[in-house]
Design a protein around this ligand. Structure first.
Ligand SMILES: [Zn+2]
Length: 400
């Protein structure tokens, strides 16, 4: 373990212990989903060169902090489970948000935001309604109807994201689709577009024995403020799970209680509630994990990234917004933890405590927790050895 800097230079900046909370939630997801990839995430050291495992793994976990007070870990293997891992989801969503923003603001194409959903009730398992949603979406984008639609409306691609919430009427799976067109659509044409899409959507649902109404099954938005707001929230965790500045478990309870009775809950809200001991929320999270396994959360239609020259647009977006936080900017290593020590920390679920200490600028406390875990683990090993030799003695006695 090595201290590599002080956090005094960020003492005046607001502390962000969001990463600590995400680790705590990740431990809860791992508890609920034993055997899944999320159980290994951010616990094992990563390969130095993923394309050449023979080069070996890193020796230490680096805990880094930037001038804005944000903390993160480096050199660890990740699971990339965007549906169920709070740590990976947050990281991946941040990157996707930037891509979608670049495409929307800088491509020069006209875009509308369409939302597709279906009627559901509390008795329906998520796997059923989510499958209906995905099947109806696929059906809508195939065959002659779609070929004609694309041509007539000069559609050039879309970015589809599935979202799932849970509320009074059970699971609410829905698709947000940012549709790009070569020419602007407004006034009566926009109303016509809405009617055509809604009609086709309801047709496809009915073929599957599902249903939706014009009022509640489909929504189309084209105003810049609506679309920009959607993008700014894309993949962001709710306040209850984000916990900026949060440090104590009691605070988690408080923010959880802020979710109104009639409001819908995101999967992260369910995970927070499960962490607080609510078994039903834990069971719902497991149902959600099983239903979403193997599905892509966000998908760009084939060829759209190339058509829009996405890489160039992202560079342009970064140039135009130098004030925006670049995820890779400005981080410095403040603490290095040996691989074995990190495994002990994981074993006793102390990752979030170490990160909170670092976020609070208290490196001494972080070091103390690491050492405490090391001692605890050594004690356990000693006890096992003593226990084994006791058994050995008693076995010999028995055999006499
Ligand atoms: Zn992960």
């Amino acid at each position: 373990m090595q201290r590599l800097g002080t956090t005094t230079d960020v003492a005046s900046a607001p502390r962000d212990s969001g990463v600590a909370r995400r680790y705590k939630l990740q431990d809860e997801a791992a508890r609920l989903l034993s055997g899944e990839r999320v159980c290994m995430c951010c616990k094992q050291l990563a390969f130095k060169d993923p394309s050449d495992p023979a080069a070996g793994r890193f020796d230490t976990v680096q805990i880094e902090q930037n001038s804005a007070g944000r903390t993160r870990t480096a050199n660890l293997m990740t699971c990339d489970s965007v549906w169920v891992c709070p740590v990976c989801s947050s990281k991946i969503s941040e990157q996707r948000r930037e891509e979608i923003k670049a495409a929307y603001e800088l491509s020069g194409k006209f875009a509308v935001l369409a939302t597709f959903t279906l009627r559901h009730n509390k008795q329906q398992p998520l796997v059923d309604t989510f499958n209906q949603l995905k099947t109806a979406r696929r059906a809508m984008k195939s065959g002659r109807w779609w070929r004609t639609f694309k041509h007539e409306w000069r559609w050039c691609g879309d970015i589809r994201t599935y979202e799932i919430t849970y509320g009074e009427n059970g699971w609410h799976p829905h698709a947000h689709v940012l549709m790009f067109f070569d020419e602007a659509i407004d006034g009566e044409s926009l109303e016509q577009l809405e009617l055509i899409l809604a009609g086709k959507w309801i047709d496809e649902l009915q073929k599957l024995g599902a249903d939706a109404t014009y009022e509640h099954g489909f929504d189309l938005r084209s105003s810049h403020s609506d679309v920009a707001e959607y993008i700014s929230k894309h993949g962001k965790m709710p306040e209850s799970a984000r916990g900026d500045g949060w440090s104590e478990p009691e605070e988690m309870t408080k923010s959880h209680q802020k979710i109104g009775k009639n409001e819908s809950k995101t999967p992260w809200d369910l995970l927070v509630a499960s962490l607080q001991g609510d078994k039903q929320s834990g069971a719902l999270f497991v149902e959600y994990a099983n239903a979403t396994k193997g599905s892509s959360q966000t998908q760009w239609s084939r060829g759209l990234k190339e058509l829009l020259n996405l890489d160039e647009l992202i560079e342009q977006l970064r140039d135009e917004n130098p004030g925006d936080e670049n995820p890779d900017d400005d981080y410095e290593v403040v603490l290095e933890v040996r691989g074995n020590d990190w495994l002990d920390i994981c074993r006793y679920k102390k990752r979030s405590d170490v990160l909170i200490a670092v976020a609070n600028g208290d490196i001494d406390e972080a070091v103390r927790i690491v050492q405490e875990c090391r001692v605890r683990c050594l004690d356990e090993i000693k006890n096992i050895i003593v226990g084994t030799s006791d058994n050995g003695t008693s076995d010999r006695k028995d055999s006499k």
